[in-house]
Design a protein around this ligand. Structure first.
Ligand SMILES: Nc1nc2c(ncn2[C@@H]2O[C@H](COP(=O)(O)OP(=O)(O)OP(=O)(O)O)[C@@H](O)[C@H]2O)c(=O)[nH]1
Ligand SMILES: [Mg+2]
Length: 594
């Protein structure tokens, strides 16, 4: 097949995917009637209530099977190979829809056929060392059954499948409480009990306000049962008993701490963002701002309306109306459809479509009564990896780029330990790398003596994973957040200046920004004040775009073309963009001298 063919086929495929997804979405939503008080009438219906699914996707981790009754040995081998491939496509997770034909028609199977099919599925999974969990089962009108099964096998080079979820939302919406309830298995009392485990500083306990970035984990075992601090005493125990780990990054909601929140969202490379909306106060400015930052960074967002114990169904419906507006108009480059999740049946499709950035699932929960908390946890259990297996493989094969977002110095030995995310490549124990840039733009040799993930020693870390690395030969005082570790064979270039396409998303209506404007810029793990030294127009007004050249004020940084950026200097002046050209230090000097 020629390149041309493969490209056009790929295009057709993505067009097909988006069309089918759109069709699915279109079938999910009924018209919104603002005067209607009955919230239930507006809840989008499960795709399984409809007559069928879109045809089975050729790629990906979803497999339709009408039935799997008593296959001969040859067919069984074929089915096992196919399951292995689907697991690889889902990076350790695959979904089997039993009773569904390849074209998507829900034909269903008899009770006996269902039991036999599940038996075969179990046999196939056993052969691969995988586990199966029934996500949901339904009887059709013809009295036949359809069932959705999650197959999970932790890849051989991993101990569990892990995803990072950034928790966003306005102050007091219950972010820390919800993370506390999910990870400690105890409900909140409405007066701040559940959040206590997440606070790091005394002033946070005293004010009840998060001001820093906290990580907390929630595990799931083979059967989809949650493994939390209610059952385990340490993070180690949770990791030992889990096949999937969700790491929540609890962020601050108060605008006073917005820079820390932006740093947390950008530097920790979240797979998903959970945007919490306070039911009594509904959608507010910070909800808009957090939503726009997450979408700017291309992080898929799902919404949790919290504190529903304090609101009527009518007011929750009004909040859903406000969210619908936000999802459609909150970011000019992306339009999302809201999808209210009420039942288990909706979860798999919602997770699937969330990754495709077509819909935004909306949950309504209460940390006090516990309503829908289990539904939310089930959703977290089936959230698929954000990257396809091919993208993941490509990233792992790329040169090392590890971004440092935390530095710890061992008090007794003085050894430097760095925390961060490996954006690309693979790092192995005892590997020699380069760390930098230093003030003069150079990079130092650095040997990684040990690697820890979730406080457990590991031999290696892969692209997309968070890890702490011990760098015994580097002085702690030379390190700072914003630095990178790169392959020792690469020739990294630091820059003071870079060109970016930016959009000013919010500004005082009668003012504008121009050359000489100074702002805090966040790019990946880099946060620094930068000055606009050049712009392709005289002045830039709200909602308008420009190509600008930024110059860092204090030091050079390691910036890559294509990186997304957020800038913010006050409540009034903020925006986002993408780096399109990096002007390495050397070239700048050349230009200045010439
Ligand atoms: N009634 C009720 N109160 C809740 C619920 N969830 C949280 N709260 C209360 O809301 C208050 C604020 O909760 P936090 O978890 O601190 O909110 P937050 O979003 O983390 O706040 P910041 O970190 O300061 O942005 C606490 O008093 C909680 O007990 C809920 O579902 N129902
Ligand atoms: Mg908090």
């Amino acid at each position: 097949m020629s390149n041309q063919d493969s490209i056009s086929n790929k295009d057709k495929k993505s067009e097909y995917n988006s069309n089918t997804v759109n069709k699915r979405v279109a079938s999910l939503f009924g018209p919104m009637d603002d005067d209607d008080d009955d919230v239930n009438e507006k809840i989008p219906r499960s795709p399984f209530v409809l007559t069928g699914l879109p045809p089975e996707p050729e790629e990906g981790n979803i497999e339709y099977k009408l039935k799997l009754v008593d296959p001969n040995p040859y067919r069984l081998e074929h089915l096992i190979t196919q399951m292995n491939w689907r697991l690889q496509e889902g990076q350790g997770e695959a979904l089997y829809e039993i009773g569904v034909e390849d074209c998507g028609t829900l034909s269903g199977v008899s009770n006996e056929e269902l039991q036999a099919s599940l038996g075969t599925l179990k046999k196939m999974a056993d052969r691969l060392g995988a586990s199966i969990t029934i996500l949901f089962q339904r009887k059709l009108e013809n009295e036949r059954h359809i069932v959705e099964v999650l197959v999970r096998k932790v890849p051989d080079d991993q101990h569990f499948i892990d995803l990072r979820v950034a928790v966003l939302g306005t102050v007091d919406s219950g972010k820390s409480s919800l993370v506390g309830v999910c990870t400690h298995g105890e409900l909140d009392n409405g007066r701040g009990r559940a959040r206590l485990n997440l606070f790091r500083y005394l002033h946070e306990i005293q004010t009840g306000r998060t001001s820093s970035i906290t990580h907390e984990i929630l595990g799931f075992d083979d059967l989809g049962k949650s493994i939390d601090y209610g059952r385990c005493r340490t993070a180690n125990e949770i990791c030992d008993q889990s096949t999937k780990i969700i790491t929540f990054t609890d962020l601050a909601g108060h605008t006073k701490y917005m820079k820390t929140t932006i740093f947390g969202l950008s530097s920790h490379a979240a797979d998903f963002a959970m945007l919490i909306v306070d039911a009594p106060s509904s959608v507010v400015d910070t909800t808009h701002e957090h939503f726009s930052y997450a979408t700017t960074l291309d992080v898929p967002v799902f919404v949790v309306i919290n504190k529903i114990d304090l609101c009527s169904k009518t007011s929750i419906q009004q909040t859903i109306g406000c969210l619908t507006y936000l999802l459609r108009h909150g970011n000019s480059s992306i339009q999302l459809q809201p999808c209210v999740i009420e039942k288990d049946d909706d979860l798999v499709k919602a997770a699937d479509m969330l990754v495709e950035r077509r819909i935004c699932p909306i949950f309504s929960v209460s940390c006090v009564t516990g309503e829908n908390i289990d539904l939310l946890k089930k959703f977290l259990n089936i959230l698929p990896p954000r990257l396809s297996s091919k993208e993941q493989e490509r990233l792992s094969q790329s040169p090392v780029e590890y971004r440092i977002d935390a530095i710890y110095i061992n008090n007794s030995s003085g050894t430097a330990i760095v925390g961060g995310i490996l954006r690309s490549g693979i790092i192995r124990e005892n590997e020699s790398l380069l760390v930098g840039p230093l003030l003069d733009g150079t990079f130092l040799p650095a040997k990684v003596s040990t690697i820890h993930r979730y406080r457990v020693p590991r031999r290696m870390v892969r692209a997309g994973q968070a890890a702490t690395l011990c760098l015994p030969h580097v002085e702690g005082s030379q390190l700072r957040k914003g630095m990178v570790l790169v392959s020792s064979t690469s020739k990294p270039e630091a820059c003071f200046e870079f060109v970016a396409e930016i959009c000013l998303s919010m500004h005082h209506t009668n003012t504008s920004i121009r050359k000489g404007f100074e702002t805090t810029v966040q790019i990946e793990n880099i946060r620094q004040t930068a000055l606009i030294i050049d712009m392709d127009k005289e002045e830039l007004h709200a909602d308008k775009e420009a190509t600008v050249t930024f110059r860092f004020r204090n030091r050079c940084e390691y910036v890559l073309e294509g990186s997304r950026l957020i800038f913010r200097s006050s409540n009034q002046t903020k925006g986002s963009g993408r780096v399109i050209k990096v002007l390495p230090q050397q070239k700048q000097q050349d230009t200045t001298t010439s």
